[in-house]
Design a protein around this ligand. Structure first.
Ligand code: T3D
Length: 263
């Protein structure tokens, strides 16, 4: 079986790289299935503290592989996109959101359509200088899917999200950064190294506190302030019961760097 997702481990960071470079890592059902399996394995592996999602070659991900739908579409066969999205995209997006570890999208090249959604579903995004981001769906008269209608307005506001989606404008790395779509932009030549260093810095942070922070932020995205305050209090109690909390306070008092145990 062709490995459509490559896996590399370094210093607690697992890098998952989409591996269909000739088509800019466009998503087939097989690729989405392998990505889901890889995400689930990373979630369950205690040695993995941070996950990086990137693409092989010059693209990050060009969205749905249109060669997969072109045949049936042209021959007039009915396409069940609702089932396709529910079976292949939804589990991947939820696996990223539900993973109790930071997931970074390392957007090494164009992120288009559901490929952009994939990046937006991650907790953090870094972009290479030459990467382009495009909500390309309306170019083929589709609506944004794989979570873009939820993630994008949260990140950039309703009006800007609608404009990006309606006009399918290509956004450069610099624009993506200015809009708040990505946290860092790195030169192409040093992109892999700088991404690894960024991920390693996160991997060195107290893992349980980060997991609980992600849980609280996930809930806060769709909750009332009162509910967010309740959940914060509950999760803070859990964080404060950890060995890392005791170590953090002790290290502060002793004016030294904390040694995180991850629990
Ligand atoms: O089925 C469902 O469930 C519906 C779900 C839909 C979700 C979606 O994601 S809809 C959006 C689908 N994606 C697109 O419409 C993007 C199509 N691609 C492009 O518009 C351009 O390729 C890009 C703007 C992304 C990049 O342009 P450029 O000039 O850098 O590269 P290129 O030359 O167009 O592409 C390079 C190769 O990749 C090329 O193949 P070739 O000619 O060298 O053999 C191209 O056909 C192939 N490729 C790029 N994107 C796709 C693709 N092949 C299949 N599917 C693609 N999405």
């Amino acid at each position: 079986m062709t490995a459509l997702v490559l896996t590399r481990d370094q210093a607690g960071v697992r890098t998952l790289s989409l591996n269909s470079p000739d088509r800019l890592n466009a998503l087939t059902a097989a690729l989405a299935t392998q990505l889901l399996t890889a995400l689930q394995a990373a979630a369950q592996d205690p040695g993995v503290r941070v996950v990086v999602l990137t693409g092989e070659g010059r693209g990050f991900c060009a969205g749905q592989d249109l060669s997969e739908v072109a045949g049936p579409l042209m021959s007039g066969q009915p396409l069940d996109l609702e089932a396709h999205l529910n079976d292949h995209y939804r589990p991947v997006i939820l696996a990223i959101r539900e993973m109790n570890k930071p997931v970074i999208a390392a957007v090494n090249g164009v992120a288009a359509g559901a490929g952009a959604s994939l990046a937006l579903a991650c907790d953090l995004r870094v972009s290479s200088e030459s990467a382009q981001w495009v909500q390309i769906f309306s170019n083929i008269a589709l609506i944004p899917d794989a979570g873009s209608t939820w993630f994008l307005p949260h990140l950039v506001g309703f009006g800007r999200a609608f404009e990006l989606m309606a006009l399918a404008e290509k956004v450069s790395a610099g624009q993506a950064h200015a809009l708040g779509l990505c946290q860092q932009v790195y030169p192409d030549e040093t992109f892999t190294e700088q991404t690894q260093a960024y991920a390693a810095a996160l991997a060195a942070r107290p893992a349980q506190a980060l997991a609980l922070t992600k849980q609280a932020l996930n809930a806060a995205m769709s909750s009332r302030l009162e509910d967010a305050l309740d959940l914060e209090a509950k999760l803070q109690q859990q964080a404060a019961s950890s060995q890392d909390f005791r170590e953090g306070v002790q290290a502060f008092m002793e004016k030294r760097v904390a040694r995180w145990a991850g629990a």
